[in-house]
Design a protein around this ligand. Structure first.
Ligand code: ZN
Ligand code: ZN
Length: 362
């Protein structure tokens, strides 16, 4: 399918994602990984993160603008991919968003359990951003005019921390860290509803909802609707609308898994700095790489704490030279669950402390 290419890039790179579910024979998977690793980096200058496995491919990449058509041609002439990637999911903002290029054999979505093609064929209904917008608006209007009606479920399927900086109005964001736990929460939310009630779900680029939606459908929920292309596609749609972000149902930033850690959908800042409580929506990783804590940090706290979480250890290590760091190598401080929960790391009463600080100022 032909689609117009974006006009603006900050540095000559486009940022693109796409995925496709299809069966790849197990013995061909590592061959495919090596082929993509070689051909996309050497011939096309791609950087980014690609996952391949027996169920297909999931990609997030940046590519020099002038090579984009050649990637399209590669996909259309390769026997395995021909016809499988009808279009790219363009980012909202374009620049080189990755430093390196990694192709890995890995499940496309970390479901925490086996997932087979028989489940994946139960595809949910995919709504284009405009249809998604229209449906959410009309169901909102219906709930407002008829107080006895229950609003449809709108579920944010992303990781909980992502919703801190941006989300759809009225969405529920399950407070869990893994896909498996999230599915259990979702099942719990759905269980008292009719199997034909609409369930709306969205994620960053659409792939997580393709899987979650297929699982729900395979369990008998008939009316599962997901946002095609996820928040990325919705953000792009918002930019292209004549009324722009004013009428966006999504408020704030879309978290991205590249070095930008987010791109703007609307200018509203819905989060606070984890260290001082000022209004801020910039995620950062602690500059001490063995800490690597993911948290929200305002520019003045970044300056004050040398781009770290503020612990003595991290401030000291952030100022070591590369050689000194290699000599005093340390294992990671946190596991995944701690790393994405700054409130646990900063101390139990940390949120209360920040709130107190903020209220004493206002
Ligand atoms: Zn701050
Ligand atoms: Zn730290």
């Amino acid at each position: 399918m032909d689609q117009p290419y974006p006009e603006v890039t900050e540095d000559g790179y486009y940022t693109i994602s796409f995925y496709s579910f299809f069966e790849i024979p197990e013995e061909k998977v590592s061959q495919l990984r090596d082929k993509i690793q070689k051909e996309w980096s050497e011939n096309l200058g791609v950087v980014g993160r690609i996952y391949v496995c027996g169920q297909g491919i999931n990609t997030q990449l940046s590519i020099p603008k002038e090579n984009t058509q050649r990637l399209r041609e590669w996909l259309e002439t390769d026997l395995m991919f021909r016809g499988r990637i009808p279009r790219f999911n363009w980012a909202i903002e374009h620049r080189k968003a990755f430093k390196a290029f990694h192709v890995r054999v890995r499940p496309l979505v970390a479901t925490g359990g086996p997932l087979d093609m028989e489940t994946l064929v139960h595809e949910p209904q995919y709504l284009e951003p405009e249809e998604w917008d229209n449906e959410l608006r009309s169901s909102q209007a219906q709930t407002e005019s008829d107080s006895s009606s229950t609003p449809p479920l709108l579920i944010d399927m992303r990781n909980n921390y992502e919703a801190r900086i941006g989300k759809f109005e009225g969405a529920v964001c399950p407070d869990v860290d893994t896909f498996r736990d999230e599915m259990n929460v979702v099942r719990d939310m759905c269980k008292d509803r009719s199997k034909s009630d609409p369930i709306y779900m969205y994620c960053t680029g659409g792939i997580r909802c393709s899987v979650a939606g297929a699982i729900l459908k395979s369990e008998g929920y008939e009316n599962v609707k997901t946002l095609r292309g996820g928040v990325i596609a919705y953000g792009k749609h918002v930019r292209e609308r004549p009324d722009g972000e004013k009428s966006s149902l999504f408020k704030g930033k879309n978290f991205t898994f590249d070095k930008r850690l987010g791109e703007e959908v609307t200018a509203e800042v819905i989060a606070k700095c984890d260290q001082c409580g000022e209004s801020c929506d910039m995620f950062t990783n602690c500059a001490n790489t063995c800490c690597n804590l993911l948290f929200i940090q305002c520019p003045s706290c970044a300056a004050k704490h040398h781009n770290t979480c503020g612990s003595k250890l991290c401030i000291e290590r952030a100022q070591l030279t590369h050689e000194e760091l290699i000599k005093s190598r340390m294992p990671p401080l946190w596991d995944y669950h701690m790393r994405i929960h700054p409130e646990k790391v900063f101390g139990r009463d940390w949120i209360a402390r920040v709130e107190k600080l903020v209220s004493s100022k206002s």
